[in-house]
Ligand binder design. Structure first.
Ligand SMILES: C[S@@+](CC[C@H](N)C(=O)[O-])C[C@H]1O[C@@H](n2cnc3c(N)ncnc32)[C@H](O)[C@@H]1O
Length: 361
């Protein structure tokens, strides 16, 4: 293992805690730079290419590397390594497992899965992205990954032991669930404008249940995987301006960002109006309960204060305070404490299994 990769594994472990030895070996062995050989967007917006000063240092850091943009928005990337590590740990791959990956992207995650001994099928909807991943896998000497170009919603072949989805979706495709035995699907499913990663088990005919592994900021999938359904939350918004303080802070010590995500998750359970809102006037992002027009509502901040605006401000403030009361009286549960039941949407062409009820474990 090179020094750079040894430090990389240590940086990942600072976020995740000790990795299973096989996974630490995989991060230490697979050359990430080969999978971003076409470069990536730096934080300052410029394009980093191999050979530039600092290129390898950024490749071997705990950062998402955006490798393709369309109309200025990221449409493919190599995900944040610590998030990949948490998802791969939850996937609990054993040598010989047949694993389906949705969202090949750079191919780096597929290469890690292959190093873990899985027999990997990986699907990406963008032909050029898949072609680059194919070249990178070849260059890295990874031979046993089957790459498919197409929509990951669709049937990718016979039953898999495990499915890992590396793009944000609205629900679980029935094609990812085995007909015969409960498999495991690790999947970021939309909830209140973000994509918490779920561990879902069940068969194609149900029942299907799950629990939350961790928060995530995955980009959203193309096609039927992001269809709106009966319990969809509103899309994230940047339109909430001119909000005023409606309720003062509850807590002298604001919630840490992880604990705030726990409150955010509960808000998404208790309100179908909850979504991710950028609050330009307050220079932060928050969970907000939108009014029907989507331009006003109430935002809950990490110190428990509520900002509100628009014609429904009073009602949405009450709703926000009810959520805060409920979360506190439930003992401020972490997102991982919820047992989730998923139901099949009635869409005749592209049904999805989506979260519909939650119970504290
Ligand atoms: C965050 S990247 C995946 C990261 C990747 N696993 C890696 O290791 O680099 C998300 C990928 O999902 C793909 N994608 C988006 N919608 C999809 C869909 N409906 N089916 C399959 N792939 C999809 C995008 O083209 C993009 O390459």
């Amino acid at each position: 293992m090179t020094d750079l990769r040894r430090r990389f594994v240590a940086e990942i472990e600072r976020e995740t805690g000790p990795l299973p030895p096989a996974l630490a070996d995989a991060f230490g062995a697979v050359p990430r730079e080969v999978f971003v050989g076409g470069g990536f967007q730096r934080r300052d917006g410029k394009w980093a290419t191999p050979g530039m000063p600092g290129f390898l240092q950024t490749v071997y850091s705990d950062n998402v590397l955006v490798t393709k943009l369309a109309d200025g928005l990221p449409v493919s990337s190599s995900s944040q390594p610590s998030l990949m590590a948490i998802m791969l740990t939850a996937l609990d791959v054993r040598p010989g497992d047949r694993v389906l990956e949705i969202g090949t992207g750079t191919g780096y995650n597929a290469a890690l899965l292959s190093r873990l001994g899985a027999s990997v099928t990986s699907v990406d909807v963008q032909p050029d992205v898949a072609a680059q991943a194919r070249d990178a896998l070849k260059l890295a000497g990874v031979q046993d990954v089957r790459l498919l170009v197409g929509d990951g919603y669709l049937d990718a072949g016979p039953d898999f032991d495990r499915v890992i989805v590396t793009v944000g979706v609205a629900g679980v495709s029935p094609h990812w669930l085995s007909q015969s035995r409960p498999g495991l699907v690790v999947v970021p499913v939309e909830h209140a404008g973000t994509h918490p990663v779920l561990a879902v088990t069940g068969t194609a005919d149900g029942p299907v249940t799950g629990s939350v592994i961790c928060p995530s900021g995955f980009m959203t999938a193309a096609g039927p995987l992001t269809a709106q359904h009966g319990t969809s939350h509103p899309a994230p918004t940047a339109a909430l301006t001119a909000l005023k303080e409606a309720t003062p802070p509850r807590w002298a010590e604001p919630l840490t960002s992880l604990r705030y995500r726990d409150l955010w998750y509960a808000a998404g359970i208790w309100s179908t109006r909850a979504t991710h809102a950028a609050l330009p006037d307050h220079q932060q992002n928050a969970v907000a309960l939108l009014d029907p027009a989507g331009t006003g509502g109430a935002a809950i901040l990490p110190d428990g204060s509520v900002l509100a605006g628009g014609p429904d401000a009073a009602d949405r403030t009450d709703e926000a305070n009810n959520i805060l009361d409920r979360w506190e009286s439930a003992g401020r549960p972490p997102m991982q404490a919820w047992q989730i039941t998923l139901s099949r949407t009635p869409d005749p062409r592209y049904p999805l299994w989506t979260p519909t009820s939650w119970q504290l474990r």
